[in-house]
Design a protein around this ligand. Sequence first.
Ligand SMILES: Cc1cc2nc3c(=O)[nH]c(=O)nc-3n(C[C@H](O)[C@H](O)[C@H](O)COP(=O)(O)O)c2cc1C
Length: 175
Amino acid sequence: MSKVALLYAPKGGSVEVAAKRVEKLYDGAQLDVIEISNFDVQNLMAYDHFILGCSTVGAESWEDADSDNEWDRFFHDIEERNISLKGKKVAIFGLGNQILYPEHFVDAMQILKKESEKAGAKVIGYWPTEGYDFTDSEAVVDDKFVGLALDEDNEDELSDQRISEWLKIVKPELE
Ligand SMILES: Cc1cc2nc3c(=O)[nH]c(=O)nc-3n(C[C@H](O)[C@H](O)[C@H](O)COP(=O)(O)O)c2cc1C
């Protein structure tokens, strides 16, 4: 059986809430849930596949040299240490707010996708855009989100169901 890690950042907010929801709904299978601020990227090699969870809090600061974004650091470390994710699958979930940021809804999922692919991973778990109310998103490719979009600010009551449906697609691919 594959070893799967759910890596998320930041801690203490809605991403963490969603990570715990995913853990609960992952249904008995082994899933290591880890917040990445103290995670050594060398440990990535211990896993076959990954679920990555992020939020969008202003894409313009993400790739800034002074960025304190944990994901930014994470992918810089991967590049610096020449770590390859070839043969590994990555499924992404992203937190956003479609009412306050309808033109940038869950944009950051696209950054996680690009960086994961740059490291050699295959991104799986695309998700339909139906049922959301937004005007634009960097995270939409061919009419689908590149991962699961969650809006804990406005639709927390829908999260469990969205996660369950998404895991039906994603889990068989990670096993
Ligand atoms: C400064 C700031 C900027 C944000 N920008 C976006 C955005 O561009 N797109 C989006 O979908 N949500 C945006 N959000 C909403 C957050 O992604 C959302 O509240 C999320 O649940 C936060 O999760 P976290 O607390 O775990 O980081 C923003 C929130 C803040 C505070």
